[in-house]
Structure formats: structure tokens, C-alpha cells
Ligand binder design. Structure first.
Ligand code: 2HA
Ligand code: ZN
Length: 277
């Protein structure tokens, strides 16, 4: 038995490869993190090979103190994860304050966890609390069509949510809370982590203008599926906008209200208001 036979490790590797195959991870773009369950920590403990020194996270996540995460490595390529997971990813442990981490497995040829570790951990902290511990996956990717839209749509939650809901009937059911948008910011640091985790209090999806997207979810299937649904919808919107300056017909506010009733989701009215001309 190898650590690579463990179910969550396999799920992590498969998700990295699925994202690569979608074209969302050019070069070393994107990163993935998974908050491990206590029984999963027990399951893989015997494979821990390192007790690396404690290093600063660059932010403080006290509600995640003592937790373990599987994360991709900084500067590592998603396309290589499936070939050599122990080179491309790692398992980290957080200290009792939630201020430092140390590597317990992986990154065997050196390196550090993802450059977006502050955003990942701050998002995990918000989502752990809000979902009562259900959300375990935070995924950052560079999907082409979503990024393209950040150059032509106003960077407002209401606009992105409504436009993307209109592009496919399943969208309001898959992300009923909507989508948050952050204007352009320097990636990798605490400021963008704070801005993103603020949005994650309301939404499971946050778009970084001219950069990419963050999704949060309970497991690998739901989180990958969320990224996939939003990007598919963005692709339809790009095609529609390329064909005509205005839509000839669309899903109307009352259609959304009818859908919400039958599918038992709550769609905030702020996304169903008249559009500004
Ligand atoms: O290169 O995507 O946001 C990793 C990233 C940084
Ligand atoms: Zn990025």
C-alpha cells in the first residue's frame, strides 16, 4: 500500500489532471487545497516522511489550528501532478495558533506550498465555519472565458451572476447564492486573501479580474463541477456576445422565480432586478 492508493489522494490527483485537460492550468497556473478529515490524517500518518521546520503562513487562521491540508506546490505544474504527485504536491500541518505550517509529506525535490496559500487558508476558515465543516475543497484556476469576460462586463457581483445564470438553466440551481468579483489585485498576498474570503462569506465562487477564479465545495466532484459549470456558462456568453451585441431572448426574472420554486432554491432578488441600460 502506498499513500497514492488512499482515496482522497487519488481524488486530489484526478482533479488536478482534469483541470489540466480543460486548459485551465497553463504553465504553473492555478492551485488546489483539500482540508483532510481526522480519519484521513490517521490513514496517511505512517507515510509522513518529514517534520519540516515551521514557516509563517503570512496570515492568521486560528479556526484551522492543528488541521492538515493536501495542497499543490508553488511553481509546480498541474500537468505533472499525475506523473509525480510527491514532487508536485504536499501535505501540510498547521500549528496550534493557525499562524505557521510545516510540510509532513511531498515536495520531495524541495519547494513550498502554493503561492496562494493565504487565500486558500482564509477561504477554508470562512467556509469551515459557515458550512459547519462541510466544505473541504478550495480550487483556483485560470479558465479562459471567465477571464475574458472580466474585460467587457462591469466588475459587479450582480452583473456576473445574472449574465452567467442566464446562459444555462442549470446555473441558478448549481450556484444559487451567486458569484462575487474582485477587481484587479496583486496575487499571492494577504490583501487579496482578505478580499476573497470576504466574498466567500456570501458565495462559493469568486472571480479575480484579469486572472482567474476560486471555487469552494464539499468534495472534489462538487468543486470541480462548480468551476466547470461557471466556465461553460462563460463560454456560452462569450459566443453569444460575439454573435450579436444584444440577446434576442433570454431567461427572464420571472422564469428564474418559477425555477427557484420548483427546484427548491432561494435566488436573491438583488440578482433579478431590472438591468441598467
Ligand atoms: O501560479 O495561479 O495565482 C499560481 C497562480 C497564482
Ligand atoms: Zn492564479
Amino acid at each position: 500500500m502506498s499513500i497514492l492508493d488512499v482515496k482522497f489522494v487519488q481524488g486530489f490527483i484526478r482533479m488536478c489532471n482534469d483541470g489540466w485537460e480543460q486548459g485551465w492550468h497553463e504553465r504553473n497556473g492555478g492551485n488546489l487545497s483539500y482540508r483532510m478529515k481526522p480519519e484521513e490524517v490517521e490513514e496517511v500518518k505512517s507515510f509522513f516522511t518529514q517534520e519540516g521546520e515551521w514557516k509563517e503562513i503570512d496570515t492568521s487562521v486560528p479556526k484551522l489550528a492543528g488541521e492538515y491540508f493536501m495542497v499543490t506546490g508553488s511553481g509546480k505544474y498541474f500537468r505533472n501532478v499525475i506523473l509525480d504527485p510527491a514532487d508536485s504536491a504536499c501535505i501540510i500541518e498547521l500549528d496550534e495558533k493557525g499562524e505557521n505550517y510545516r510540510i509532513r509529506w511531498g515536495l520531495v525535490n524541495g519547494g513550498r506550498p502554493t503561492s496562494e496559500l493565504p487565500s486558500h487558508l482564509m477561504n477554508h476558515e470562512v467556509k469551515k465555519e459557515i458550512t459547519g465543516g462541510k466544505h473541504r475543497v478550495i480550487y483556483h484556476a485560470h479558465p479562459t472565458n471567465v477571464i475574458a469576460l472580466t474585460f467587457v462586463l462591469p466588475l459587479k457581483d450582480e452583473v456576473f451572476t445574472r449574465e452567467l445564470w442566464e446562459m444555462a438553466t442549470e446555473c441558478p440551481v448549481v450556484f444559487p447564492d451567486g458569484i462575487g468579483v474582485v477587481g484587479w489585485m496583486v496575487p499571492g498576498g494577504r490583501d487579496i486573501a482578505v478580499a476573497t474570503s470576504e466574498l466567500m462569506k456570501q458565495y462559493d465562487v469568486a472571480i479575480w479580474a484579469h486572472h482567474g477564479m476560486f471555487c469552494s465545495g464539499e468534495d472534489f466532484d462538487l468543486t470541480f463541477g462548480l468551476m466547470h459549470t461557471v466556465e461553460k456558462s462563460a463560454e456560452i456568453l462569450v459566443k453569444v456576445m460575439s454573435m450579436r451585441p444584444t440577446k434576442l431572448q433570454t431567461i427572464e426574472p420571472q422564469n428564474f422565480r418559477d425555477l427557484a420554486k420548483d427546484f427548491h432554491v432561494t435566488l436573491p432578488e438583488k440578482f433579478l432586478q431590472e438591468k441598467e441600460a
